[in-house]
Design a protein around this ligand. Structure first.
Ligand SMILES: *Cc1c(COP(=O)(O)O)cnc(C)c1O
Length: 715
């Protein structure tokens, strides 16, 4: 008879699947074993269990009476993993045992697995989680960066320092993948200058398997062992080598695993070599010619574009392409120009460099942008690929991004939802009716919940500010000051995102006099919390970090405007759960979608944003605030000045007065109505379940069924 599973066995199994991270019950279980250690270990249950050998753990759980919750958590996990009759069983049956293969250069699943840099990765992580919840047959394919993306420190002058630390793979729920013969699976990609090898690692994200390629193995030359060390590190040559490993190596890894995907979904153009490898396989196995194999492959490929600026798209010169894709082109029977033409808008134009986005469009028959406005921008930007069509007929649709509700929703707000929404709301987050029940929550209760979350955020921010200042060697006086910054009484506005210049983190600082008046108002004080990393190679982004950092250390802003280092999923979770207002002021139309504001909505915060990305289709006049009315200007400087004016205007005329308009019980009734309206009108639309359902219905199912569509003729 099989030995009964011990507590340690069960917790180890739970820690081995990131499902725990979006199940508050399981997260709480890990936390309750040792709350201090849990927070010191950055919420990593594998590390936590390392500290507790089986006997000690058993004893600890007995002391704390955790047996029942442990057994329940384990049972729920088994139920989740074995569940039948999911939404996917009903709506994605056609995929059968041949899943969707979702390719992405980054995945933001949890803060302990630092293989994401920002929105693109977090979106990919949320996509996997919702696909798991909905029961969609889907696997993720990506790269394993053992130094990840950097941690951010800021030196005493405000200049960003990047810290790379090697992830200890033994401390993560990573498994080496073995083939039928029991040997580790190793894939290789040949280039004109030798082969690159990678092993395959596995991460369980609920029911979804994520496969990550890792080149740090002895088979490789030194240069290539470090190839996948860092996300977005290195030069163009590193970049293309990473991308052939992701695309070509990724398809080979799936083959080696015995996975024959029905559909290939490219999340951004980094993985656009993948379909080429599939085409080569079809030519070889089915004896098809290149054109026919391309037609058939493209009909099962889906491409999501994320970048509304031409300069943001990956481009490679012909020498790099030949060195790295030449051997594959030989198998495809393509000559040098035939290959390069696939990455050019005009195949005959020898001046054009090879663009991964163009390649992705040419190799997929379904393409989408990530918000309605981004759809318009993308159709305009890529119209030259279909010169015989009018702009409206350009076959790029849109599926607006959404966020994975259980990952971003605070436990306190979840408790309210559990009470006022239908019992099965969790399985039906994409339905508007489900959210209408939110109207019935009492204002006092909602406000109290929000205030407690805000308090939690302020305490957390103070702790982190003190830690960071101590590391910089700041004085005891300054540390004492920082331990008291921010007050729960004052309006708290948060701004956290990548410090890419178009996001204009310093827009607020364009007119320091006006900012000072806003911040110093004794009756209606306002405070700001900033966070965000600049790309390591982006000095203008770093100057913006520095500007914000310096403001934060100067009177009169000191204490009322703070900068928190090292924005990541963990800090993000705290911020989106505790702010009153989430500020977003990108230079329209450069924000393809944005998703952080959607996380804020779920937790009862209000967005104050430029009408760009998702907000352009979300704002209805009373579910948040708009900065300006969607204007743009050919001169960026003029646009910035106008947007700054509109920002000060909306803050002083709408946001601040509404927040401080209190009734006899000190409740901001009108503000609370807006919070409710935001949840009710936005919750059902901007979540990842709805997004993944849209992908299934609009792209995966038709692509798997080989249904014809609108993009034929591209080549
Ligand atoms: C959600 C999230 C993002 C994306 O948010 P944007 O609105 O696109 O800026 C980036 N980084 C982290 C850590 C996030 O959690």
């Amino acid at each position: 008879m099989a030995r009964q599973k011990s507590i340690h066995d069960k917790l180890t199994e739970l820690a081995g699947n990131f499902w725990w991270s979006w199940e508050p019950e399981v997260t709480n279980l890990f936390r309750s074993i040792d709350p201090t250690l849990w927070s010191q270990l950055a919420h990593n249950p594998v590390l936590l269990l390392d500290h507790y050998p089986p006997d000690l753990l058993e004893e600890r759980c007995r002391e704390l009476v955790l047996h029942t919750s442990n057994n329940r958590a384990y049972r729920r996990w088994r139920q989740y993993m074995e569940q039948r009759d999911t939404w996917g069983d009903t709506h994605a049956g056609i995929l059968g045992h041949r899943p969707v293969a979702y390719f992405s250069a980054e995945f933001g699943v949890h803060e302990s697995l630092p293989i994401y840099s920002g929105g693109l990765g977090v979106l990919a992580g949320d996509h996997l989680k919702s696909a798991s919840d909905l029961g969609i047959p889907l696997v993720g394919v990506g790269l394993f960066y053992d130094e990840g993306y950097f941690s951010q420190h800021v030196d005493p002058t405000g200049w960003q320092q990047e810290l790379y630390t090697e992830v200890d793979t033994a401390k993560l729920p990573l498994r080496g993948v073995r083939g039928k013969d029991g040997k580790p699976i190793v894939v290789s990609v040949e280039t004109r200058s030798g082969k690159i090898f990678a092993r395959v690692r596995h991460v369980a994200v609920g029911r979804v398997n994520l496969y990550l390629l890792d080149t740090d193995i002895p088979d490789n030359k030194d240069e290539d062992r470090h190839l996948t060390a860092r996300l977005y590190g290195g030069d163009q040559r590193t970049r293309i080598r990473q991308e052939i490993m992701l695309g070509i190596g990724g398809v080979r890894a799936l083959m080696a695993l015995g996975i024959r995907p029905n559909v290939i979904h490219m999340n951004e153009g980094h993985s656009a070599f993948a379909p080429l490898e599939v085409i080569a396989g079809r030519m070889q196995e089915d004896g098809l010619g290149f054109d026919e194999a391309l037609r058939e492959t493209a009909s099962s490929c889906v491409f999501t574009t994320h970048t509304p600026v031409p300069a943001g798209h990956d481009r490679f010169d012909s020498a790099l392409i030949d060195e790295h894709v030449g051997p594959l082109a030989d198998r495809l029977g393509l000559d040098h120009n035939g290959l390069l033409g696939l990455g050019r808008v005009d195949p005959q134009n020898h001046e054009e460099s090879f663009c991964m986005t163009v390649l992705a469009f040419k190799l997929s028959r379904r393409a989408n942008a990530v918000s309605s406005l981004h759809g318009v921008v993308s159709r305009r930007m890529w119209a030259s690929l279909w010169p015989w069509r009018s702009e409206e007929e350009i076959p790029i649709g849109h599926i607006t991004n959404g966020v994975h509700v259980p990952s971003w929703l605070s436990a306190q707000m979840r408790a309210i939802y559990d009470r006022v929404l239908p019992a099965d709301w969790f399985q039906r987050t994409g339905e508007p009716e489900v959210w209408s029940g939110f109207e019935t929550v009492t204002p006092g209760e909602l406000w109290e919940t929000h205030e407690s979350l805000k308090n939690r955020l302020i305490n957390y921010a103070r702790r982190r500010l003190v830690e960071q200042a101590r590391r910089r060697g700041e004085s005891d006086r300054r540390l004492a000051e920082l331990s008291e910054v921010l007050t729960p009484r004052a309006l708290l506005i948060g701004f956290a995102r990548r410090f890419a210049p178009y996001k204009r983190a310093d827009l607020l600082a364009r007119d320091l006099d006006r900012l000072r008046k806003i911040i110093e108002d004794a009756d209606r004080p306002v405070q700001f919390l900033f966070a965000g990393k600049a790309h390591p190679a982006d000095d203008s982004g770093k100057r913006i970090v520095q500007r914000v950092f310096q403001l934060a250390s100067e009177a009169p802003f000191k204490g009322r405007l703070v900068f928190l280092e090292d924005y990541d999923i963990n800090l993000g979770r705290h911020l989106v759960q505790g702010v009153d207002v989430w500020l977003n002021n990108p230079r329209r139309p450069l924000e393809a979608s944005g998703t952080s504001g959607q996380k804020v909505v779920l937790n009862g915060g209000l967005n104050c944003s430029i009408l760009d990305g998702w907000w352009a289709e979300a704002f209805d006049g009373s579910n948040g605030f708009a900065i300006g009315s969607g204007q743009t200007h050919v001169d960026a400087n003029v646009q910035d000045q106008r947007d700054a004016d509109h920002l000060y205007e909306v803050l002083t005329q709408e946001v601040i007065p509404l927040f401080y308009n209190r009734d006899a019980d000190d409740l901001p009734q009108k503000w609370i109505s807006r919070m409710k309206r935001a949840v009710r009108t936005l919750g059902w639309r901007f979540n990842a379940d709805r997004m993944v359902m849209d992908y299934v219905r609009q792209t995966y199912v038709p692509a798997a069924g080989g249904l014809s569509c609108d993009m034929h003729g591209l080549r």
